[in-house]
Design a protein around this ligand. Structure first.
Ligand SMILES: Cc1cn([C@H]2C[C@H](O)[C@@H](COP(=O)(O)OP(=O)(O)OP(=O)(O)O)O2)c(=O)[nH]c1=O
Length: 678
């Protein structure tokens, strides 16, 4: 049924409503949900004063109700239901919580408190996903609450008693039922009516949608940048060192082993896999990577090399004549591709408000880096939603600036801003929390600490000519090799996290089972090697990388699947002999090098490769030849993406034939060639 696709997701599950409330049963069955009713035996006696807010109490009670039922059912027949839903509705007047009245006097006290005033009705909801493993019950809890404001008219004593004597108040929070006689007491309602009656159906559906259809991280790309508030700078965000009071601690803090917000991100993946048998890998975070990487294009733009919104090149001669450098982008035309079209129009076509964009200092990638550095996403994962002032307190930052930072993050689609405060969006939970399985914090850290600086030097290079530009870009890689161990580690962390996202796509783009051995050149921490070894049970894989990299790679092996079929060999692929292998692999390597080095590398591989052997190349996918390039996956690389045809010609030029090209994982172009007999 089109109207309730999310409810339909529960159709083939054993769903239990852990509630005796006839209203909840009615609301959910009216919505088309099929479920069993097992009222909870959890006594609603949590210590109210120990909760910071009334809604925290309602959420916890809802959770305990649902967990009690899940545990009992599991114990009874050793098979828990798939999903248990618990809810708890309370009425709150300020900090005071009103539940169901125990008798008529109690009902009178409650109704007198509500008389002529506004109050809040909170319903906390817990959705518990259960899984029985080896006789043990595993649960994943998603929880939320909804608030509705209700105002009572001024009611006479007589009317109150008449209402109490009707018997209606006794099984209802706050002592009234808005859906029946109690409706006559109510002047207005702000918010979800069903929430007052006992179940916030709308929010429940949204929560299911969030769990079952997590937003595509690529949706970030649709964020209109004119919604990004202009800010001056975040450089002085913190009085202390950026990094906050104790980022390590805040990253680890939490709600004492409970399912915090961040844990919810596990639910959709675990569920998708469990319920649909689907691949539980996250979708490729296209939008996030573009955001992290976008500054390369925007840095180019700053010096007038490239039109940020459309990617077309400007005429460097005009720039060097001073037209652009001082004048700001609005008055200048993009001189190549669409001559004469003002930059502002390009911005418009790209859905970007140029004015807001250009006013926003620092640019959004820097905002993202700053937020990562401060461990903002970790704090919100453990403790969100939080108001700006609370975030500032936890990070030891200036409250005003923190709010700006949070608002920009929200405008970029990294945070969600509600009345309850700021919380991580799905993409942030998946990729920006530092200890997440698919965290891209390493990329943010490396781009911020290193690549940003290299691209800042681009302006100089442009003024000094194209060769210099290449030089500046190539220098990034040169520099990384000559720098400290910490920089190498930063680079490895960044590459490690990106490889986690791409390795499976690279390993499975073609059937490689005909090869008995493979050598991943520049294989860094061995993520792709692991994936290859797992995919092809016969395959022996060598990871070949610089000594300083292989030396540090051990620290990345913990927790991963180990296999004896992988070995790490130190060496420099420009100088040392390449290890023997049937298949050579270059994953996101070619873009790192200027043409002369690239040809040198390919010709060395070609000489080492036996006839019939293969070369597998994976790179960021470019559009068709000559098309404008977005900064996709240029992260960590200095060169430009090549089109599939350009890759084909490159491999052919170095003695590989039968070159096949596949698109993988949305952003990757994977190319496989077979070494021809010399
Ligand atoms: C304010 C209000 C509450 N209510 C009801 C909803 C809930 O059923 C009840 C609040 O009590 P709850 O403890 O939330 O629920 P319950 O005891 O009915 O059921 P269970 O604990 O088994 O889940 O008050 C109305 O029906 N109308 C109203 O206007």
């Amino acid at each position: 049924m089109v109207l309730c696709p999310v409810i339909g997701k529960l159709q083939h599950k054993r769903v239990v409503l852990a509630s005796a409330s006839p209203r909840r049963q009615e609301i959910l069955s009216n919505a088309g949900l099929r479920f069993e009713v097992v009222p909870s035996r959890f006594k609603e006696k949590l210590h109210k004063a120990s909760f910071a807010t009334p809604y925290a109490y309602a959420v916890e009670t809802a959770k305990q109700k649902a967990l009690e039922v899940a545990g009992r059912m599991h114990q009874k027949d050793l098979r828990a239901p798939d999903v248990v839903i618990g809810a708890d509705t309370i009425v709150a007047v300020g900090a005071m919580i009103l539940e169901k009245p125990v008798d008529k006097q109690d009902a009178y006290r409650m109704l007198s408190r509500l008389n002529g005033k506004e109050h809040s009705v909170f319903t906390g909801v817990a959705i518990v996903h259960c899984c029985s493993k080896d006789g043990r019950l595993d649960t994943e809890v998603s929880e939320f609450y909804e608030e509705t404001t209700v105002k009572f008219s001024e009611l006479s004593e007589e009317l109150l008693w008449e209402y109490i004597n009707s018997g209606e108040p006794m099984d209802k929070a706050g002592g009234y039922g808005i859906q029946a006689l109690g409706g006559m007491l109510v002047e207005y309602v702000h918010g979800d009516f069903l929430n007052v009656v006992g179940f916030p159906l709308n929010h429940f559906c949204k929560e299911l949608a969030r769990l079952y259809y997590p937003p595509r991280p690529a949706d970030l790309r649709r964020v209109r940048h004119d919604s990004i508030p202009a800010v001056d700078t975040f450089e002085n965000l913190s009085d202390s060192e950026a990094g906050g009071a104790d980022p390590g601690q805040s990253a680890k803090g939490g709600r004492g082993g409970e399912q915090a917000d961040g844990d919810r991100s596990q639910a959709p993946r675990a569920l998708d896999a469990a319920l649909n048998g689907a691949d539980s890998r996250p979708r490729f975070p296209t939008g996030l990577l573009e955001l992290m990487d976008g500054f390369k294009a925007s840095k180019s733009r700053e010096v007038g090399l490239e039109c940020w919104p459309c990617g077309r090149l400007w005429d460097p001669a005009a720039l060097l004549a001073g037209q652009q450098v001082d004048g700001g982008p609005q008055d200048t035309s993009c001189l190549q591709g669409r001559p004469g079209l003002p930059m502002a129009d390009h911005a418009d076509q790209a859905g970007v408000c140029w004015g807001s964009w250009s006013k926003c200092h620092p640019p959004p990638p820097k905002v993202l880096f700053t937020a990562c550095k401060l461990k903002l996403f970790d704090v919100l994962k453990d403790q969100g939603p939080l108001q700006a002032v609370d975030v500032a307190r936890k990070l030891s930052t200036c409250a005003g600036r923190t709010e700006q930072l949070l608002d920009v993050c929200a405008a970029l689609g990294l945070l969600e801003k509600t009345r309850r405060g700021y919380s991580n969006t799905e993409v942030a939970t998946l990729h920006l929390v530092s200890d997440g399985e698919h965290s891209l914090q390493g990329v943010a850290e490396y781009n911020d600490a290193h690549v940003w600086g290299v691209f800042t030097r681009l302006g100089l290079a442009v003024r000094e000519g194209a060769e210099q530009t290449r030089g500046a870009l190539g220098a990034m890689e040169e520099e990384r090799l000559s720098q400290s161990r910490e920089l190498t580690l930063q680079f490895m962390r960044a590459k490690h996290s990106l490889s986690k996202l791409t390795a499976h796509h690279v390993a499975t783009a073609f059937d490689l089972s005909r090869f008995a051995s493979a050598c991943d050149l520049g294989g860094c921490t061995g993520i792709l090697a692991r994936e290859l070894a797992q995919e092809y049970p016969r395959l022996q894989v060598t990871v070949f990388d610089l000594p300083e990299v292989t030396e540090l790679s051990g620290g990345f092996q913990r927790g991963g699947r180990q296999t004896e079929r992988i070995r790490f060999v130190p060496g420099d692929f420009f100088k040392d002999s390449l290890p023997e292998a049937d298949l050579y692999v270059l994953s996101r390597m070619l873009q790192d090098w200027p043409d002369d080095k690239l040809h040198k590398l390919l010709s060395r591989i070609s000489s080492s490769c036996k006839p019939g052997g293969g070369l597998l190349v994976a790179e960021a996918a470019a559009e068709e030849e000559g098309a404008s390039q977005s900064p996709r996956l240029r992260t960590l690389s200095a060169g430009q993406p090549r089109s599939p045809d350009e890759h084909r010609r490159l491999l052919q030029r170095h003695g590989f034939q039968d070159v096949r090209v596949a698109r993988a994982g949305d952003l990757l172009c994977v190319v496989l060639g077979t070494r021809a007999a010399p």
